[in-house]
Design a protein around this ligand. Structure first.
Ligand code: CO
Length: 215
């Protein structure tokens, strides 16, 4: 790809926005107040804004390989903390996608060097749900199911975070949603997980005793 094209595209985009609203960028520069945080895969086909039809300012985005929420990942933790404490987002979405290379690597057990440590928690997801996954005989269905289950586990990882639990107890928000992008059809599908209910079953393990604030 000719990188010059990108700057030409950008010029056109700026002009289109200004044609519709000459103050567009002035308004954009004044601040952001997106209502939701989207955590998706870095895969170039699983875009965030474009597939949701959203424009700049409408969604706070974090992407990494296989849309993971890993407790010792400073990057995702900073994004989540900022989204909750500063932006006060109402929703957090974890969005997986079919044909995910990270998920395939887990099932194929390829040695990917540096990537092995990032993918090891996906192997744990597989282990937690081994029975269900190994009962699936059709390979594509097995890949797809691991994509879906991974979204569930990453949603549950969100519930283990102190900022999320604290916000739940004070405002009842954010709501957590698990979605999947079907790259074969272009459709976005809600997996309809009831994360609050799932968390209630795991409360005795993951709920943190909140720090007392002295007044
Ligand atoms: Co992916």
């Amino acid at each position: 790809m000719d990188l010059k094209r990108i700057f030409e595209n950008n010029e056109k985009w700026v002009q289109q926005k200004l044609d519709l609203d000459k103050n567009y960028f002035k308004r954009l520069s004044e601040g952001q107040s997106p209502e939701f945080l989207y955590i998706g895969c870095s895969d170039s086909r699983a875009t965030a804004e474009e597939l949701m039809g959203l424009t700049p300012g409408e969604v706070f985005v974090h992407r990494n390989i296989a849309n993971q929420v890993i407790s010792i990942d400073n990057n995702v933790n900073a994004v989540i903390q900022f989204a909750i404490d500063i932006l006060k987002v109402k929703h957090i979405v974890v969005c997986g996608h079919y044909e995910c290379g990270g998920i395939k690597a887990v099932l194929q057990r390829n040695d990917l060097g540096e990537l092995n440590s990032w993918l090891s928690s996906l192997r744990d997801v597989y282990r937690f749900h081994q029975k269900e996954l190994e009962a699936i005989t059709q390979q594509e269905r097995k890949y797809d199911r691991l994509v879906e289950i991974n979204v569930l586990e990453q949603c549950l990882n969100l519930t283990k975070i102190d900022h999320v639990q604290h916000s739940w107890s004070t405002t009842g928000l954010p709501r957590i949603h698990g979605w999947v992008f079907n790259v074969r059809t272009g459709k976005l599908e809600d997996l309809n997980f009831d994360i609050e209910r799932e968390f209630s079953l795991l409360r005795n393990i993951y709920e943190l005793n909140q720090k007392k604030t002295s007044d």
